[in-house]
Design a protein around this ligand. Structure first.
Ligand SMILES: [Zn+2]
Length: 255
């Protein structure tokens, strides 16, 4: 009986997500997929483009969770006239953490070894980027994973607990003082990493924010904007300038 019950529960959950997604598309501000609108009266700019997401899941992340978070983000961008399609199949990665902390890589590394430490730290991410760079039919690669940076890793020591991270050298070459073009090469497709925390609305907001970075958007101070660095608790906005940047990014990337 158990598997049947589990399958039925999964179906109910999926139906609920579908219902939420549909409702969100139909009526901004009620139970929209990223939560109630921060400013229901704001006029939304229209981007008028489309974008594919290719989904990857870490070893212990459920595919359907990744799909449902991506769907929420897709409905959100849809409200701005950006049609986001999620490519199938969802691909599985053999690891739980993107930036690991090998035993021989302590958090407090001697300064002289910093270059070598960074090389080790980024090896898995670079491998992912280069292995998946040429896969057809995908624009932004979204990796939903247990942890972006292991708590003992240099990245966690420097950046804290990471819930989301975007690597988009062509469109946003500087992140956190790092030269991404130098680290990864200019030409690879944007990659977004997401470590969900069990709150689908908030997790999907983080995903949408990182997709914003992947499309070249920088942080904004306005509290209701998608690109604020603070948690919203509501579905944030894009403004006309940001819509223009996204249009330009999609043309530049020929997506
Ligand atoms: Zn950010």
């Amino acid at each position: 009986m158990r598997p049947k019950i589990a399958a039925a529960a999964a179906c109910v959950a999926l139906a609920a997500v579908a219902a939420i997604v549909f409702w969100g598309a139909a009526q901004r501000g009620a139970d929209a997929p990223l939560g109630k609108a921060c400013d229901p009266d704001a006029e939304l700019p229209t981007i008028g483009r489309s974008l594919d997401l290719a989904l990857y899941v870490g070893r212990s992340v459920d595919e359907d969770l990744a799909r449902s978070l991506a769907s929420r983000a897709a409905v959100y961008f849809g409200e701005f006239g950006l049609q986001v399609d999620i490519a199938e199949p969802v691909r599985e990665l053999p690891y739980r953490v993107m930036l690991p902390a090998p035993r021989d890589m302590p958090a407090t590394a001697p300064q002289a070894d910093a270059g070598a430490q960074a090389e080790k730290l980024l090896g898995r991410l670079r491998g992912f980027v280069s292995r998946h760079a040429d896969e057809p039919g995908s624009a932004i690669r979204v990796v939903v994973i247990d942890e972006i940076a292991h708590e003992d890793s240099l990245a966690a020591a420097g950046l804290g607990t990471l819930r989301g991270l975007a690597i988009s050298p062509a469109l946003a070459p500087d992140r956190a003082g790092l030269d991404l073009r130098e680290m990864f090469g200019r030409d690879h497709a944007p990659v977004v990493l997401l470590a969900p925390r069990g709150d689908p609305e908030a997790d999907a907001r983080v995903l949408a924010h990182e997709i914003g970075h992947a499309l070249g958007l920088e942080h904004r101070h306005h509290p209701h904007n998608l690109m604020t660095q603070h948690e919203h608790g509501c579905a944030p906005l894009l403004d006309d300038d940001q819509a223009e940047i996204i249009r330009g990014a999609l043309s530049d990337l020929q997506l």
